[in-house]
Design a protein around this ligand. Sequence first.
Ligand SMILES: [Zn+2]
Length: 294
Amino acid sequence: MPELPEVETVRRGLIPVMEGATILAAEVKRPDLRFPLPERFAERLTGRRVASLGRRAKYLLVDLDGDEVVIMHLGMSGSFRIAQAAVGGEVVGDFHHERSRDAAHDHVVLTLSSGATVTYNDPRRFGFMLMTERRALAEHPFFARLGVEPTGNDLSAEHLAMVLRGKAAPLKAALLDQSIIAGLGNIYVCEALHRAGLSPQRAAGTLVTKGGEPTARLERLVPVIREVIAEAIEAGGSSLRDHAQPSGQLGYFQHSFHVYDREGETCRRCGDRHIVRRIVQSGRSTFYCPACQR
Ligand SMILES: [Zn+2]
């Protein structure tokens, strides 16, 4: 699954060729992905200008002129490929992994006034594209109950104190809850908890005082969540295989994991004295150091 930093990396890769450009032609090669594609999709895209390319949680939002937005999700294996009409003989967007180059899995192809062709490829077809009116977006079933963005200003210790107050659920589960923080995935929750020195098993409500104020621990956690996400975006996302950046380069954040996927290895903070442990919480692996995460 692509996590938020990969989706943000994809967005940043597409912005230079899509934002402000007009869709000159759209080729839609099948009627559906995970869900049916919008009716008359190609026709409705053609001639429209991309006003902006946004993101909410793990959804890409293509704002078209007029009042429509295309909601895109990469599913398990979706990726975009950019080909630039031979500018100085150079072609950008050559992908490193085999499947993405297989034209049999190219489902939507956009030809843009920027000179670029953007191709959506998705071998497993768990991704989707839907259209909705801009003004209806906040009430859309995908977005109506989403929590705050981990990258935005809405994420604050005060806000988390309000939503975590009295919660007996483990901190790990609360941070993965999309209605609390939108799009913060398993990897980044594990990394943030390690960096903040907090146990994933601690009850979420213990980060809030009786009076409803954030504790010092919660004050410490918030900037760490921002940091972990920002570093992952900077590194181009974490996945090795299926979510290459539109430029074709791969994300390298995984090389800097401190606990994630490091079961049995030494804790990077404690050194040789302690090893990273793996437990399963709500069906997902949690990696943590029992010595320095309390
Ligand atoms: Zn440790």
